[in-house]
Design a protein around this ligand. Structure first.
Ligand SMILES: Cc1cc2nc3c(=O)[nH]c(=O)nc-3n(C[C@H](O)[C@H](O)[C@H](O)COP(=O)(O)OP(=O)(O)OC[C@H]3O[C@@H](n4cnc5c(N)ncnc54)[C@H](O)[C@@H]3O)c2cc1C
Length: 494
């Protein structure tokens, strides 16, 4: 039988951070099992925007992470506001309605900055997240708090770089080798995995196993089971391979579930997006500039406060809100005052365009009389304040139901644009309970010896919603811990 110090299940950001960390901490032989074929490798990480949210006290602290930033974007360091741990924590707690596991949140936040530095030391190249995070308004560039840095060439670049690092560190990556089950001895120690292989199923022994194989977003049966309707019909924004295998394998050895199993990350995407992520379009189907416009559903009504907060704090729940509208579709309506503010990703869409709101509505498949009345009421609503997309400007249309709390300019400048959006699922929130070494906790509240977890399949952090850039950060923090823990455990067992 084959034997390794550490077997890592999955080949996304969390898995490859774990494999790197395990090698760094002395694991002699590390095997990465990837269920996907080589051409589809890398999980959701490949499709991601590559954005990392992390804490820092001063913009100067970003210099070792993005040393070229000032040369490429003069004024960058002066334009970025500090993002101390307290602010990260407050953001996480606010958007999760106070439900993020405080201990896990602190582990993530407390390790976030150091782990980004570690990623750079390992060879991940970072850059300012211009197209995701920078808002140019007047002569000012505003950077979204805490979410200013991404991997170079986004998720595609991040994933490619991780696989190069695997080669540099002599980590074997085996494709089309989905793990099927954990091996466990009579003492309850996990001793390896059973996995698919070209010639049949094989058992692979290891001193420790790291589960890093994503959530269950690509499994319609589990979506129906845990998330309910209409999630079985949701389009998947990323990998088709994250079908809950790691959770199932862990539950088979009596792991403890943790977090919100009825919750997921889901964003507004192009209504015509493919059923699973497109390797080339990656995250470019996102439609996240709705705070500057008006959202209409098939009944012609508004259904959400488009300006509740900055997009990074509402986008991950807005997909679900849209998916729950009739037909799972909504139209984002903008006028020409804000077209310069639309994310560059809108260039991948074909909007409906017209010179009057009436003519725009006439082209949309919704209740047109109701939609016209909704837009008239929106435009007629009394407003206070001055439009400024770089702050929560308080320009509200507050007497409407639902209100629009910020950026509520009237739609009065032709031409007008309508973008059709649906809700695409990104990843699921329910997962495994881990401890400070990323050991998987059993349902007797004790660590299960020999098994670690990281990435999307860790539960407890995110509930209802999510602050943008936290998924990759959590994957890297817990991946690094899991790899180190697995290497130490392997050393004890050798
Ligand atoms: C379009 C899109 C944009 C995003 N943008 C961002 C962003 O900018 N910033 C951010 O923080 N987050 C972003 N996210 C979320 C982020 O991608 C995820 O949180 C993160 O990549 C998860 O990493 P992971 O390693 O846990 O999972 P993944 O990267 O999904 O990797 C899971 C791996 O497990 C493999 N696998 C599954 N089952 C098995 C099995 N049985 N055996 C072996 N292998 C298996 C899969 O093939 C895959 O390789 C985005 C996601 C999407 C889809």
């Amino acid at each position: 039988m084959e034997r390794y110090d550490v077997v890592v299940v999955g080949a996304g950001n969390a898995a490859l951070a774990a494999a790197t960390s395990a090698r760094e901490q002395g694991a002699g032989s590390v095997l990465v099992l990837e269920k996907a074929p080589k051409g589809l490798r890398g999980g959701n990480t490949h499709y991601s925007g590559g954005l990392f949210r992390f804490a820092f006290h001063t913009a100067e602290e970003l210099k070792p992470i993005v040393p070229d930033a000032e040369r490429k974007l003069p004024g960058f360091f002066a334009g970025v506001s500090p993002y101390p741990r307290e602010l990260f924590r407050a953001d996480l707690m606010r958007v999760t309605e106070g439900r993020s596991d405080p201990w896990l949140a602190d582990l993530l936040i407390g390790n976030s900055h150091d782990t980004v530095r570690w990623l750079v030391e390992q060879g991940i190249v970072m850059e300012p997240a211009v197209s995701l995070s920078a808002i140019r308004f007047g002569d000012k560039v505003h950077w979204a708090p805490g979410a200013v840095v991404r991997a170079r060439h986004e998720g595609v670049g991040l994933s490619e770089r991780w696989f190069e690092i695997m080669e540099e560190r002599a980590v074997e990556v085996r494709y089309e080798s989905g793990a099927l089950a954990l091996l466990q001895n009579d003492a309850g120690h996990v001793t390896g995995v059973r996995a698919r292989a070209a010639h049949g199923n094989v058992a692979i022994e290891s001193h420790a196993v790291v589960l890093a194989c994503g959530g269950f977003e690509a499994n319609p049966e589990w979506r129906a089971r845990y998330l309910g309707r209409p999630w079985d019909h949701a389009k998947v924004r990323g990998s088709a391979f994250n079908t809950g295998d790691g959770l199932r394998m862990a539950f088979e050895v009596h792991a403890m579930p943790h977090g919100q199993f009825t919750g997921c990350h889901s964003t507004p995407i192009d209504a015509d997006a493919p059923p699973y992520g497109d390797r080339k379009l990656t995250d470019k189907t996102n439609r996240l500039s709705y705070p500057y416009g008006v959202l209409l559903n098939g009944r012609g009504g508004r259904f959400a406060d488009e300006g509740e907060d900055f997009q990074f704090y509402t986008y991950a729940k807005m997909g679900g809100i849209i998916l729950n509208q009739p037909g799972g579709v909504a139209w984002q309506i903008f006028d020409s005052k804000v077209t310069d503010l639309l994310e560059p990703r809108y260039k991948t869409a074909k909007p409906v365009v017209a010179d009057t709101l009436d003519a725009l509505i006439a082209q949309l498949p919704l209740d047109r009389d109701a939609a016209r009345a909704t837009l008239q009421a929106f435009n007629a609503a009394p407003r206070r304040g001055r439009f400024d997309p770089t702050v929560l400007d308080g320009l509200d249309a507050a007497h409407l139901e639902p209100p629009k709390s910020n950026w509520a300019q009237a739609l009065d400048t032709p031409p007008y644009y309508a973008y059709a959006a649906t809700g695409g699922i990104t990843f699921t929130f329910g997962g495994l309970r881990i401890d400070e070494q990323a050991r998987v906790i059993g349902n007797d509240w004790k660590p299960i010896p020999g098994v670690y977890a990281c990435g999307e399949l860790v539960g407890g952090l995110f509930h209802h919603n999510y602050p943008g850039g936290s998924g990759l950060m959590a994957g890297a923090v817990f991946g690094r811990l899991a790899g180190a823990g697995a290497a130490r455990f392997a050393a004890e067992g050798r």
